[in-house]
Design a protein around this ligand. Structure first.
Ligand SMILES: *Cc1c(COP(=O)(O)O)cnc(C)c1O
Length: 337
């Protein structure tokens, strides 16, 4: 099975399982798991943040980030393609009592031009705008990455208007691989940062919220309240740490293969694609003759698995368990389509 439905489908490697078996553990609800404690410190230090909190999913770290930055009745600004808006089950409304203002940006990215005149709260009858949510790299936006300049401009705007910035960095590893931006830079931009180890890095479970000590202490209470207090999670932290130490460097290969796939698709008359838009491991392309669901089913018959990502849009997402051999096989299937 050539599975490009997502970069979440990877299975733990033997070496990763060994790292898990060798992990020293304790009860993390008591704060006594040495492996997760050390890992939280390591990732926080990597990004230049004060503290980190290991959580089961990217959804939980995003929602905890919003929870600690907002009060009920506040509003957050996000690109209309944002994960927090589209794929988190309405969690922001339910868990934080906040409303989301989706903004029509560019490939999942916001910039200051889109944010002008969106900040509210001066009058009693307006929701108070509190947070700008950024996704880097973008998911529904097709893996687009922010440049340093773009991020700094948004941060400047946020400071000017007394807004926080939450950075959804589910694929920040891909963004860093693609742009070469240093991890510490992101602490200049994000008040809260969510990073995932279970996407392209290939851990079975795990994300982390990064922020100040005070906010992380607050997030820890909500994690417990929301049922995310975990016990001997050194096992999971060891897998995530193995992934970080060993798989980050593999992302550039995913990006190379994604570019190659885009080239193959661009030579096929049944599809249209903007090859220049492929910056990371995600390839979005449009079907010209049949709808996306039908085309995805036809590829599946040849054991090549993508996901429909709109009526006429398909997404292919690379990860380290799809290699050059698989790339060649899928290229043949596509060329013969
Ligand atoms: C996958 C993803 C998440 C959420 O991650 P889960 O671990 O599946 O909850 C958040 N944001 C973005 C951009 C994602 O792609």
């Amino acid at each position: 099975m050539i599975d490009l439905r997502s970069d979440t489908v990877t299975r733990p490697t033997k070496e990763m399982l060994e790292a898990m078996m060798n992990a020293e553990v304790g009860d993390d609800v008591f704060g006594e798991d040495p492996t997760v404690n050390a890992f939280q410190e390591k990732v926080a230090a990597l990004f230049g943040m004060e503290a980190g909190l290991f959580v089961p999913s990217g959804v939980m770290s995003n929602q905890l980030g919003l929870k600690v930055l907002t009060e009920p009745g506040d509003e957050i600004l996000i690109d209309e393609n944002g994960h927090i808006y589209n794929y988190e089950t309405g969690g922001a409304a339910f868990l934080s009592g906040i409303q989301i203002k989706p903004i029509n940006g560019n490939r999942g990215k916001l910039d200051v031009a889109y944010l002008q005149n969106q900040v509210k709260g001066a009058f009693d009858w307006e929701a108070k705008t509190k947070v700008i949510c950024l996704e880097n790299s973008t998911n529904k936006g097709g893996g687009a990455c922010y440049s340093k300049e773009e991020l700094l401009a948004i941060k400047y705007f946020a400071d000017e208007h007394n807004l926080f910035v939450h950075l959804d960095g589910a694929r920040i590893w891909n963004a860093m691989t693609s742009t070469g931006i240093d991890p510490k830079f992101f602490s200049e931009v994000g008040d809260t940062i969510s990073v995932c180890f279970s996407k392209g890095l290939g851990a079975p479970v795990g994300s982390m919220l990064l922020s100040s000590k005070e906010r992380i202490a607050k997030a820890r209470r909500f994690r417990k309240m929301w049922g995310g207090g975990m016990r001997q999670i050194g096992l999971l932290a060891a897998a995530a740490e193995y992934a970080l130490d060993n798989h980050w460097e593999l992302l550039k290969e995913d990006h190379r293969r994604a570019k190659k796939l885009a080239e193959v698709i661009s030579e096929c008359s049944a599809f249209s694609i903007d090859s220049d838009s492929v910056e990371t491991n995600i390839v979005l392309f449009d079907t010209l003759e049949q709808d996306a669901i039908t085309v995805v089913e036809r590829f599946a018959e040849h054991d090549v698995h993508f996901v429909p990502f709109g009526p006429n849009t398909i997404r292919a997402t690379f990860h380290f368990q799809v290699g050059d051999e698989e790339l060649e096989r899928m290229s043949m299937v596509i060329s013969e389509f």
